[in-house]
Design a protein around this ligand. Sequence first.
Ligand SMILES: C[S@@+](CC[C@H](N)C(=O)[O-])C[C@H]1O[C@@H](n2cnc3c(N)ncnc32)[C@H](O)[C@@H]1O
Length: 189
Amino acid sequence: MNIVFDDITSETLAELEKTQKQFWNIPRVTGGLINMLIKLMGARHALEIGTSNGYSGIWIAKALKETGGKLTTIEYYEKRQSIAIENFKKCGVLDIVKPLQGDAIEAIRSFPQEEIFDFVFIDANKRQYVEYFNLIKPHLTRKALIIADNITSHSEKVQTFIDAVDLDPEFQYEIIETPGGILTAYRDV
Ligand SMILES: C[S@@+](CC[C@H](N)C(=O)[O-])C[C@H]1O[C@@H](n2cnc3c(N)ncnc32)[C@H](O)[C@@H]1O
């Protein structure tokens, strides 16, 4: 059986899927996979880099509702962030979402030292993936999961990121052939 959401959430996700290309949203299969993994690991401190209109954020936040967690999500464009906030509200998850507007690199740099994440979803500027990875590492819990999208669709742009994960002995990773391709990296220290 596929996941069953309340009617409003199902309708909102279906509506957003009609404009998937315009807002560069993840495919539904990636949303479902992320949702399952968050529940499986019981993640409670999630970070998303690249909110867009909130499609992937809904999948993440719905899982966090079950684990008792919270999502911080970063988007550069104010207009997209406002649409995302409306979508989070509609789906009943805004109370556990902290939307940050601005450049992800600046936002991550401004996190206090004690801000920690056990789940990170990377889906913003492809050439900056490696910087997001390096900046977020000091904020990860000992057992943390990073998922990054567009690994096969934008392989050249994300190569430095793949290399950085590959060279890091703290991470076990696999690339999964979803549409666009995701890299899942498990920090185990
Ligand atoms: C691929 S879309 C995200 C799609 C979203 N994760 C989803 O599946 O619903 C990438 C988003 O990242 C944003 N973005 C790109 N570079 C950014 C940066 N440096 N800081 C913050 N947001 C950025 C873009 O404006 C865009 O909305």
